[in-house]
Design a protein around this ligand. Structure first.
Ligand code: SF4
Length: 338
């Protein structure tokens, strides 16, 4: 598969009175056409700032400082704002976490959907209405034509999220970024929304970036996972390897701390202790070292390089435990949580 999106050395900082907060600090990843990739990490790890940087929607006092974001070969970082407005919605669109704050409560679903369609496509009102109904049907909203006259508060949380997805898809984007699309929903509805995104990806051929703090929800949708911590990627690889042979102690922590939507049996959840670091003054060496049970002297002195895992060229991790001289980790088989 050819790459649709190619992100290289992306750096985004916020310039506060207290100093520079390096929210995204040298991030590299690719997304192939028709592929779903999950970016996972705790809140404040830089995953949402990465997504907003792709769309150049970083609010003041933030700034994309360096790097490139190539979409189908075109570097979005270099585009004029006018050109970028065309990219948003037409080429890349976004589904946000809370539809109640993203949808306008005083406008009907139909008005909002048709506005979104007409903003990007020069079509008459009746064509926009037909397209709105078609898009609601695509996201499996029953009685689509009647829903057009309803207001957001008349729909359930799951239905509102479907409307947000319909709005994102209304102009056939190549890439949809879903930022915590299921967080405000209960577990059954979460599974339905993930299933819907999976079906839509198959039907439209679009690529998806799923941003989530919950590694438990990605298995049904994403084929690859990128784990972020404190503004940096710490591990990435195929979803079955991130679940099956995770290599980074932070990934182990994430897996232990959340229930899996696809898990057959119940297990005890273990939180990751401590807090993510202050990005005004991140820890020297590995940024996870103050919270890591396996931290060694070198972890507090030098940043670990990425090394390949499993010999397939797809799975990489940045952790000193991979060094041949590192001690074996008690209670773990090589890289596998006990
Ligand atoms: Fe822990 Fe060191 Fe690996 Fe960082 S590099 S995750 S501190 S073992």
């Amino acid at each position: 598969m050819d790459n649709l999106l190619r992100v290289r050395d992306l750096k985004t900082s916020f310039f506060t009175y207290a100093g520079e907060v390096r929210a995204v600090d040298g991030v590299n990843f690719d997304v192939a056409g028709g592929e779903a990739v999950a970016i996972v990490g705790e809140s404040g790890c830089g995953k949402s700032v990465t997504a907003m940087s792709l769309l150049r929607l970083i609010p003041e006092p933030g700034k994309v400082l360096a790097g490139s974001v190539e979409l189908a070969g075109r570097d979005l970082v270099k585009l004029k704002e006018r050109e970028m407005r065309h990219v948003r919605g037409n080429d890349i669109s976004m589904v946000f976490q809370d539809p109640m704050t993203s949808l306008n409560p005083v406008l009907t679903i139909g008005t909002q959907l048709m506005e979104a369609i007409r903003q990007h496509q020069k079509v008459e009102k009746d064509k926009a209405r037909a397209r709105a109904i078609e898009t609601l049907e695509m996201v499996k909203i029953p009685s689509a034509d009647k829903r057009l006259a309803q207001y957001p508060h008349q729909l359930s949380g799951g239905m509102r999220q479907r409307v947000m997805i319909a709005m994102a898809l209304s102009c056939h984007p190549k890439l949809v970024i879903c930022d915590e699309p299921t967080t405000s929903l209960d577990v059954t509805i979460q599974a339905q929304i993930i299933e819907l995104l999976k079906d839509l990806k198959k039907a439209t051929g679009m690529s998806i970036i799923l941003i989530t703090h919950n590694l438990g929800v990605v298995a049904g949708l994403a084929t690859r996972v990128i784990v972020m911590y404190a503004g940096k990627i710490v591990e990435y690889g195929p979803v079955n390897e991130i679940y099956g042979i995770p290599q980074h102690p932070y990934t182990w922590g994430l897996l232990r701390s959340v229930p899996r939507l696809d898990a057959a049996e119940k297990r005890r959840l273990v939180p990751i202790y401590g807090q993510p670091p202050d990005l005004l003054k991140p820890p020297v060496g590995c940024r996870f070292n103050p919270r890591c049970d396996h931290a060694m002297k070198i972890c507090r002195e030098q940043e670990p390089p990425f090394v390949p895992v499993n010999g397939n060229g797809q799975h990489h991790v940045a952790c000193w435990l991979q060094h041949p001289a590192a001690p074996a980790v008690a209670g773990f088989k090589k890289g596998v949580p006990a």
